[in-house]
Design a protein around this ligand. Structure first.
Ligand SMILES: NC(=O)c1ccc[n+]([C@@H]2O[C@H](COP(=O)([O-])OP(=O)(O)OC[C@H]3O[C@@H](n4cnc5c(N)ncnc54)[C@H](O)[C@@H]3O)[C@@H](O)[C@H]2O)c1
Length: 271
């Protein structure tokens, strides 16, 4: 795959900071890809990070790579009892919960006429219901901790349209709408819990590589178009900002990480 890496080297994590010192954070789907980058950056900024994923082998390896500030818990975001158990375990072990990153997600490439009801439900069950369950069960623990930050990982697909991902696009739109509902709910409750969303746009990860392979199947390598990819650490730095108290006035908003591509008039790259 011919890749043009768009993000600047400044997005690579450097050194140790204290921007999340003392905070206890959950990152779902953290075994690889964007969630892994989130966990690395958050731990380097002083957080205790609970990485969850359905891929236990990769999740354990990622947590071991990060070191003592990381704990892996095998967890399927679709499983409500698993959420209840996860939050109870974190409160018992660490005594607080400050940040939830609803990152776990799946993409099924299929346009509206190809998509099956089974695929549609599979995508919604992880991307939307998993996010719903996480928020629902983490809010009480965050309230007991004096506040918190919920970060939902949506996608530019939710705003720009992505014809070959009908279920995915709809799921990411639902995540945006849920973000606003939760933000206002928490504001009304006086909870000091914020809920924001990020919109990544083609950032390097196993999901993106698999999707592009499918998209370019049958096209010889030399004829494939160049693909502009962002760094997962550029996404993680946005997550870090929303997780930290530096973003205390942001609630119910979205950070668009599209590197300006939404401003392009004319043909958009289809990826
Ligand atoms: N990479 C991008 O360019 C991009 C763009 C827009 C949005 N996103 C979103 O960012 C998030 C991360 O994407 P990525 O590119 O790193 O994907 P990825 O496939 O590389 O990683 C996703 C992780 O989620 C885990 N996962 C899948 N189902 C799960 C479940 N039921 N419970 C718990 N974990 C589960 C996978 O095992 C994997 O570790 C997703 O929500 C995705 O939709 C990514």
């Amino acid at each position: 795959m011919d890749i043009v890496r768009m993000s600047q080297p400044i997005s690579q994590p450097q050194g140790q900071g204290q921007r999340l010192a003392g905070k206890v954070c959950i990152v779902t789907g953290a075994a690889m890809g964007l969630g892994k980058a989130d966990a690395i950056v958050m731990a380097r900024e002083g957080a205790t990070v609970i990485l969850t994923d359905v891929d236990a082998a990769q999740g354990e390896a990622t947590a071991a790579e990060i070191g003592e500030r990381a704990l892996f818990v095998h967890h399927d975001v679709r499983d409500e009892q698993a959420w209840i158990d996860l939050v109870a375990r974190i409160m018992a072990q660490f005594g607080r919960l400050d940040v939830l990153v609803n990152n776990a997600g799946v993409l099924k490439r299929a346009h509206i006429e190809e998509a099956t009801l089974e695929d549609w439900r599979f995508v919604q069950s992880i991307n939307v219901e998993g996010t719903f369950l996480g928020i629902k069960h983490c809010i009480p623990a965050m309230r007991a901790s004096g506040g918190g930050s919920i970060i939902n990982v949506s996608s530019t697909a939710a705003q720009q349209g992505f014809p070959n991902g009908a279920a995915y696009t709809a799921s990411k739109g639902a995540v945006l709408a849920l973000t606003r509902s939760v933000a206002i709910h928490c504001l009304n409750q006086g909870d000091r819990i914020r809920c924001n969303a990020i919109l990544p746009h083609v950032a390097e990860s196993p999901m993106v590589h698999a999707s592009l392979e499918q998209s370019f199947a049958g096209i010889p390598a030399e004829q494939r178009p160049k693909v502009a990819m962002g760094s997962p650490f550029a996404v993680a730095n946005a997550v870090l900002f929303l997780a930290s108290d530096e973003s205390s006035d942001l609630n119910g908003t979205t950070l668009n990480l599209d590197r300006g591509t939404a401003c392009i008039v004319g043909q958009m790259p289809e990826s």
